[in-house]
Ligand binder design. Structure first.
Ligand SMILES: [Ca+2]
Ligand SMILES: [Ca+2]
Length: 355
């Protein structure tokens, strides 16, 4: 029967029409709300901050000769992204390893057929560990002659001080003794990626403009040491005035303006880009992604990727790289106990505040 001729059905139809109209009226707002809702780019680990992106001055013209790779200052524009608020910790890396069975580079011996000139002891799985040395003027060292580095077979992320050491009491420390490939594998598992060098520097600045430190103008505002680095005579004595003479638990120092911890010091952080000493002279303005090949000073055939932020080993005199413009390279094969990483993710901006 035609509902037009049936009062009950006509009433039902009217009800459905009103309901449908109500849904149609509300739906756009629901969709809008969903689109504006906070992204969840961190299904495995959480703890990310939104970095808004924009234009900034990357690098500096104030760098001395020893830090010439930080020049020239140049305009760069990047898009917004999410960034881990801390360096990836041992606890986080352990989750990845337990979920995937991943074996890091430092845990594997190298194939002598691939490295026929390498002495057998260097083919063992292991990592470069820092050791204090006396009577050395670091300014007279260079290239492969850095006597404070010692290759230790059996050192890896599970044994960051070498065989016999463990992660006990260190689960909130940044993971170390990993390579760029290991960092990439973790990032992929976590649904993230490594930051570009430009993204890293924008984030490190924390919204400040052209400041020498991630917290501002003064090295020690109010006398306070603001990051985990080295105090004392490098490489002989670290007096630990900042409270730590090695890696510190993440979040041991105040965050920067974006809520990111340890963007200065603690451990160096790997970036996606290859490392180019002269790259700033030719860098594009929009979302620079680094040179096509990595700096390779020792002609190993394994170019360097960018690392950023300095580490617990950076002092004020010799290294002085716990600053937002500092840059260095780390070759693809090297695992070491002063380098780790944090990840970024591409996802929509967080919700706007509705009033
Ligand atoms: Ca320290
Ligand atoms: Ca760091």
């Amino acid at each position: 029967m035609d509902p037009k001729t049936n009062p009950q059905k006509a009433a039902n139809a009217k009800g459905w029409i009103i309901l449908a109209a109500a849904i149609l009226m509300v739906t756009p707002f629901v969709i809008l709300a969903l689109r504006e809702s906070p992204a969840s780019p961190t299904p495995t680990n959480g703890g990310m901050a939104w970095i808004p992106g924009g234009e900034f001055t990357m690098g500096t013209d104030k760098a001395d000769e020893k830090h010439a790779e930080e020049a020239p200052a140049h305009a760069v524009v990047i898009k917004g992204f999410w960034m881990d608020v801390t360096e990836v910790t041992n606890a986080q890396f352990q989750q990845f390893v337990e979920a995937t069975g991943y074996v890091t580079d430092a845990e594997k011996d190298l194939d002598p057929r691939e490295f026929p000139k390498a002495p057998p002891e260097m083919l063992k799985g292991g990592a470069l560990l820092f050791r204090r040395v006396s009577g050395v003027n670091p300014f007279q060292c260079g290239g492969a002659d850095l006597p404070w580095w010692k290759f230790v077979a059996g050192a890896n992320w599970r044994h960051p001080d070498g065989p016999g050491s463990s992660l006990e009491g260190r689960m909130d420390h940044p993971v170390v003794c990993v390579t760029y490939k290991d960092a990439q594998a973790y990032a992929k598992w976590a649904g993230k990626r490594l930051p570009t060098e430009a993204e890293w520097e924008f984030a490190a600045r924390g919204g400040l403009k052209d400041k020498p430190y991630v917290w501002g103008d003064e090295e020690r505002p109010g006398g306070k040491i603001m990051s985990n680095h080295w105090q004392g005579k490098f490489p002989e004595r670290d007096n630990g005035a900042d409270g730590f003479t090695s890696v510190a638990p993440v979040k041991s120092f105040p965050p920067n303006g974006y809520g990111l911890y340890d963007m200065s010091g603690n451990v160096w952080e790997m970036c996606e880009d290859w490392y180019g000493l002269q790259y700033y002279k030719v860098s594009p303005k929009d979302s620079p992604a680094g040179p096509a090949i990595g700096h390779d000073p020792e002609q190993t055939g394994f170019g360097q990727h960018v690392i950023r932020g300095g580490s617990w080993l950076c002092d004020e005199g010799y290294c002085f790289r716990y600053r937002p413009t500092s840059r260095q390279g780390l070759d693809m094969l090297t695992s070491t106990n002063h380098a780790g990483f944090r990840c970024v993710a591409d996802a929509p901006a967080p919700a706007k505040t509705w009033k």
